[in-house]
Write a protein that binds this ligand. Structure first.
Ligand SMILES: Nc1nc2c(ncn2[C@@H]2O[C@H](COP(=O)(O)OP(=O)(O)OP(=O)(O)O)[C@@H](O)[C@H]2O)c(=O)[nH]1
Ligand SMILES: [Mg+2]
Length: 540
């Protein structure tokens, strides 16, 4: 029976040349020979873990503990998801009033995008041009179903810190534009319904003044992002994080409220509403703590299961999900041309050229000019990335601002690590090895497919170009950081050595010894420490 399974497994292998060493059971080396590449597809289903790995491994292994671990991981995920109930109509009223967002909004909106920017380059806090900022603001609007951009305008200002944001003259100009779009209809023939001022956060006073002038709802980047996140959050964990992200915004809007003044400076909250907010905040904080603890538990279990973890990070829309799809050949993954399409850290099983099974972690994207309150809520999920064995940093090299995006992600990763260290995390004090991947090279003009100063691998996830050299580099780094090596080991056919190796190492190939029918040659990838255990047990 076992031999039949092994024969089937051998039949499923395809060849590619990788160097590795022959080793006898007692550890002496023979000459390097070629090994095989196996392409197996694994299916990931949300909250079900990595199905392929489990199914396939259970064929060969009697690794009951691991099965139990994975089953309990499933159970925990399910139980974890069931314990959350975030629906609260009273809270919704408060949130909608402060942010102009609605739960599950499918109502079409026709939006005027206003991009304020600082005229004088010395005062600018960003090296992204106003044109690029507009592009990003439009992409945010297009990420919401049924929302359209009626028109985009950039408005040069002396400073973004002014109490009223725009001066009187600018306000008049804007009012005229808004009226024209409202009454004469915009170029897309729809009446204007909403205004998006693409600035991190507007104070309640700024927003009220603009709304009173334009007679339309006004949103800032924070509230547009919350709207996107609310719509894209499907898992319990993502919904929890988005819910938490709303709270600092509402407190911020209410901060300047002063009943003694006639002008509206802040969002007014009744005592009951304050209580609702406080209670919700407390509950969410406790739940987020639980997320952290839960993630740590899963991380430890994954470690016990010995799969190397590769975190895929990058600016939003850079192609993280698409690259994972290309590397794992997992057809069920559907990348979308939307910002913040991925909000959950999800695990996807893949194989390296040497046949070692690894897990790719998809992560939420980064974006510049994101308010800190919003980022903090996703830190728990990003912690997983910081504690991976290897990080793939995906860059969209076809994007005008790819340099600025790269810088932003690098800074964010650095501050995430610093925070982890400050919070006394049990694990590494430094970032894992980072492999830079320049994606979307198919969008570069032909003959211009090299990027000056880009130190990394240029690929097209969509066209599946340039993946093999990248996979080889991932393999090298994974083996190095996890202190694994590829060896071939001679063992008696059907003996205890075989099942021990199945349980404690990654078996990538097996063949019969030509000179002795009782002996099998097992190609394995094994940690140095585990190899020493093997020798101790079987090489007496
Ligand atoms: N032309 C081209 N498009 C690509 C490539 N890779 C990804 N895309 C497209 O870019 C868009 C975003 O891709 P995703 O893989 O969802 O990007 P992401 O980084 O996961 O985005 P978020 O999860 O929203 O942060 C999709 O429309 C993809 O089809 C590529 O190599 N070439
Ligand atoms: Mg994604």
């Amino acid at each position: 029976m076992l031999l039949k399974q092994l024969a089937n497994r051998l039949l499923s292998l395809r060849s590619v040349s990788v160097q590795r060493f022959l080793l006898n059971p007692c550890g002496s080396y023979y000459t390097p020979i070629a090994c095989s590449l196996q392409c197996v597809r694994f299916k990931y289903t949300p909250n079900k873990g990595v199905q392929g790995i489990r199914n396939r491994k259970s064929q060969f292994e009697s690794n009951v503990n691991q099965q139990e671990n994975e089953d309990s991981e499933d159970r925990e995920n399910e139980e974890f998801g069931q314990s959350l109930n975030l629906d609260d109509s009273e809270y919704d009223l408060v949130a909608n009033g402060a942010m102009r967002v609605t739960r599950k909004s499918t109502q079409p909106q026709n939006v005027l995008v206003i991009q304020p920017y600082v005229k004088w380059s010395v005062k600018r806090t960003t090296n992204i041009t106003p044109e690029d900022q507009i592009q990003e603001a439009e992409a945010l609007i297009h990420s919401i179903t049924n929302w359209r951009v009626a028109m985009s305008i950039k408005v040069p200002l002396e400073s973004l810190e002014r109490k009223t944001l725009f001066g009187k003259g600018k306000m008049e100009e804007l009012k005229q534009i808004v009226n024209e779009l409202r009454y004469n209809k915009s170029h897309n023939q729809q009446p204007l319904t909403c205004i998006f001022v693409s600035k991190g956060t507007l104070s309640f006073a700024q927003k009220s003044l603009l709304e009173a002038t334009f007679k339309l709802p006004v949103m800032d980047r924070y509230s547009v992002l919350i709207q996107i996140l609310r719509l894209h959050a499907t898992s319990a964990e993502a919904r929890l994080q988005v819910a938490m992200a709303e709270i600092p915004y509402i407190w911020g809007q209410a901060k300047d409220y002063n009943t003694s003044k006639s002008t509206k400076l802040g969002y007014s909250l009744t005592d009951t509403q304050r209580d609702i907010l406080k209670t919700r905040e407390k509950k969410l904080k406790a739940e987020l703590e639980r997320v952290r603890a839960h993630r740590k538990l899963l991380r430890n279990k994954r470690k016990q299961n010995n799969y190397p973890i590769i975190a895929v990070v990058g600016y939003t829309n850079a192609g993280k999900t698409s690259l994972i799809k290309a590397l794992t050949q997992e057809q069920a993954i559907e990348p979308r041309d939307q910002l913040f399409a991925t909000l959950d850290v999800t695990a996807h099983a893949g194989k390296l050229p040497c046949n070692l099974e690894v897990i790719y972690m998809d992560t939420v994207g980064f974006m510049s000019d994101l308010p800190t309150g919003l980022i903090e809520c996703f830190v728990a999920t990003l912690e997983d990335a910081m504690l991976a064995d290897v990080i793939l940093h995906i860059h969209d090299v076809s994007h005008n601002c790819y340099g600025a995006q790269k810088q932003h992600v690098e800074q964010s990763l650095k501050s995430l690590t610093d925070n982890l260290i400050a919070s006394g995390a049990e694990e590494p004090a430094t970032l894992p090895t980072i492999i830079n991947v320049g994606n979307k090279i198919d969008l570069l003009a032909r003959g211009k497919r090299t990027i000056e100063d880009f130190q990394g691998f240029l690929v097209s996830a969509k066209k599946q170009n340039g993946l093999m050299p990248l996979l080889e580099e991932i393999e090298q780094q994974v083996l190095k950081t996890t202190q694994r090596r590829k060896i071939t080991i001679r063992v008696p056919s059907g003996g205890p050595e075989m099942s021990w190796l199945y349980k404690n190492s990654a078996v990538v190939n097996i063949k019969a010894d030509q000179t002795n029918a009782q002996i099998l040659l097992m190609d394995i990838i094994i940690k140095e420490s585990v190899l020493q255990q093997f020798k101790k047990q079987f090489c007496k």
